[in-house]
Design a protein around this ligand. Structure first.
Ligand code: AMP
Length: 599
């Protein structure tokens, strides 16, 4: 980390002090990572000692690491399903946690096609806020002067539901944006957003993004950083501008909102911000009407110092497009977090996306690591007690699966993320996010695994039976050249009766059936968030998958071990497939999706 000396620049003394305190805090907790972890575990076990769950493992009040590791099993979501369902159905007894569960956070990871429900308690919100409060002090070391302008961040709330027992179930950030802590946050010159709360909190995604973009344009000279949570969301905002710039510039010219914005709180708040500005309207028309959108971000917002979005993991696929629109502005990501627990921060936020590492903060939860050994993979079952590595004991260069114990009652829970240790900050390890376990396709926050794709293919290919046609082979890719990106499925078909081959309409229908079979996060992205475009089937000519195998073998794959890849990323393989496409089909309507209500 850079030294504290940069804080001596002429800034408000109060902020200097707060920033210095935050940096000292990071130094303290990372210096004694193991000790902090021991205390965290002791506190969690002490707090939850009377829960049904911990009593089951006969800890008998023990709060030490050894007893815990010896008696408490490593679990997945499926192992906790019964307990979680009881809480969702209104059972108030201390099942997992001694504190009452205040709400469920809905993870983008799914179980049986539905979002996982993560129980949470109010004090978890305080921990999240603590982590948020450390981000700016770190950033300030690298990019001073953020108090001289604003952040254009596209932030959204998503659908929330109520469980049968009356608990809210919503994504962690929706919970945060709707909290009093966020809505009534004190003014902080280093963290001023162009988007008013009304725009962030508007549940209509069109009206929300429209007004956020409008504010970003109105305050364009003040914008110093631009971001969203995921890279895909920022690209969607750029695409939105591309489609709607005329309407936006008309509103700026006239100083009045168009009638598509109907939300009363938005109308009221925008009436204070939007005034006729012909010069700005003309500028937007000039920049947006051209064919080339290269560097559009820096052309419209010339003072932007960096972009802030997640570009690690599946989001890395968006880096070239972001570079194109921003002329290669630095892309920074500050934190690594999930619905289960907030994990850590990036202490070198300006590092290149490929070099981003997160320092896990040992006060956030109790962390253990399952070593990934490709030669002798550990087989975990419900009652297994594998030897997990402690946070302070992981080794540089090795890859691990993250296992977390949090204050809200998750014990030795497998998050599903694979991380590689890149180094240490004091005694706290730093990790590179490698991938999410078992994710084949991802465009936004959706995660589709191999078995989900197989199931969808099985359902769609049923439509072909009456045409005496079957799917001989298939593979897929996430096409992120379109905005929003979309799933592409390559199909090789065996048509046994050429006179009766499936029509174009039937194959279009197959696209929809595929989508209907995918999980609810995918469908929400397609229907409510517009973050995923219509699924596409590309039918390839017969023999294509043999050519694909020949190609892989020519590139050193072993003929005995060759398996058709169910997802293809390599440019040359995609070129081979695309060179053999005989017809292309899309879903003509969106799949059916409503915010799920569990019983
Ligand atoms: P959710 O399940 O919706 O709460 O999303 C949490 C998951 O998003 C994590 O478990 C990671 O797989 C992923 N994620 C969160 N932060 C990052 C990051 N900085 N880089 C890569 N993936 C991330």
């Amino acid at each position: 980390m850079a030294s504290d000396s940069s804080l001596s620049t002429p800034l408000g003394q109060a902020f200097c002090e707060r920033f210095a305190k935050a940096l000292r805090f990071i130094e303290d907790i990372t210096t004694n990572a193991d000790e902090v972890q021991g205390k965290v575990l002791g506190k969690i076990l002490g707090q939850n000692t009377g829960t049904e769950y911990l009593q089951r493992f006969n800890l008998n009040g023990a709060t030490d690491k050894d007893s815990f590791k010896y008696k408490d099993p490593v679990v997945t979501y499926e192992d906790l399903l019964l307990e979680i369902q009881r809480i969702a159905n209104g059972d108030l007894s201390p099942i997992l946690c001694s504190h009452p569960i205040s709400e469920f956070l809905t993870s983008s990871g799914t179980s049986a096609g539905e979002r996982k429900l993560m129980p949470t308690i109010p004090e978890q919100m305080k921990r999240r806020q603590l982590l948020f409060s450390l981000l700016l002090p770190v950033m300030h070391l690298y990019v001073p002067g953020l108090d001289k302008g604003k952040a254009l961040y596209f932030l959204f709330v998503k659908a929330e539901t109520e469980t049968p027992g009356g608990l809210l179930a919503r994504p962690v950030l929706t919970s945060y944006y709707k909290s009093e802590q966020f809505k009534n946050r004190p003014y902080e010159p280093y963290n001023v957003y162009t988007s008013p709360n009304e725009a962030i909190l508007c549940s209509d995604s069109y009206q929300s993004i429209y007004t956020q973009m409008l504010c970003g344009l109105l305050m364009k000279g003040e914008v110093l950083r631009i971001g969203a949570i995921f890279a895909s969301a920022l690209l969607r905002a750029i695409r939105f501008l591309r489609v709607n710039w005329k309407q936006l510039s008309d509103d700026i010219l006239s100083g009045s909102l168009n009638p598509k914005i109907t939300d009363p709180s938005l109308i009221e708040c925008m009436s204070k911000i939007l005034k006729p500005n012909p010069e700005l309207a003309q500028f937007i028309v000039k920049e947006c009407e051209g064919e080339s959108w290269e560097r559009i971000i820096t052309r419209i917002w010339p003072n932007t110092k960096y972009l802030e979005v997640i570009v690690t993991g599946a989001m890395a696929q968006y880096i070239p497009t972001l570079d194109y629109y921003s002329g290669g502005l630095p892309i920074r990501r500050t934190m690594y977090a999930s619905s289960e627990c907030y994990f850590g921060i990036n202490l070198k936020p300006m590092s290149k996306p490929s070099e981003v590492s997160y320092t896990i903060l040992p006060n956030m939860g109790y962390f253990e690591f399952l070593l990934l050994d490709p030669i002798n993979p550990v087989q975990l079952s419900r009652d297994s007690l594998p030897c997990l590595v402690d946070l302070a004991d992981v080794e540089v260069g090795k890859e691990y699966e993250l296992v977390v114990t949090n204050y809200a009652g998750l014990c030795r829970y497998r998050v599903g993320d694979i991380l590689r240790v890149t180094g240490f900050h004091n005694s706290a390890p730093q990790f590179k996010f490698i991938r999410r376990q078992n994710v084949l396709l991802s465009i936004d926050s959706d995660k589709t695994d191999e078995s989900e794709l197989q199931k969808a293919i099985d359902s769609a290919s049923m439509l072909l039976h009456e045409f005496n046609t079957s799917v001989v082979e298939y593979t897929s890719c996430a096409d992120t050249k379109t905005i929003p990106g979309h799933y592409v499925i390559y199909w090789e078909l065996l048509v046994k009766d050429q006179d009766k081959s499936p029509s174009h309409q039937v194959l279009d229908k197959c696209c929809l059936v595929l989508e209907e079979s995918l999980n609810s996060v995918y469908k929400q992205g397609r229907v409510a968030d517009n973050s995923i475009g219509p699924l596409e089937i590309r039918v390839v000519r017969n023999g294509t998958f043999e050519d694909l195998m020949d190609f892989a073998i020519s590139r050193c794959a072993s003929i005995n071990q060759y398996k058709v890849p169910r997802c293809v990323n390599s440019t040359s393989m995609l070129e081979l497939l695309d060179g053999r496409v005989v017809s292309v089909h899309f879903s003509l309507t969106a799949p059916h999706w409503i915010p799920e209500r569990r019983s």
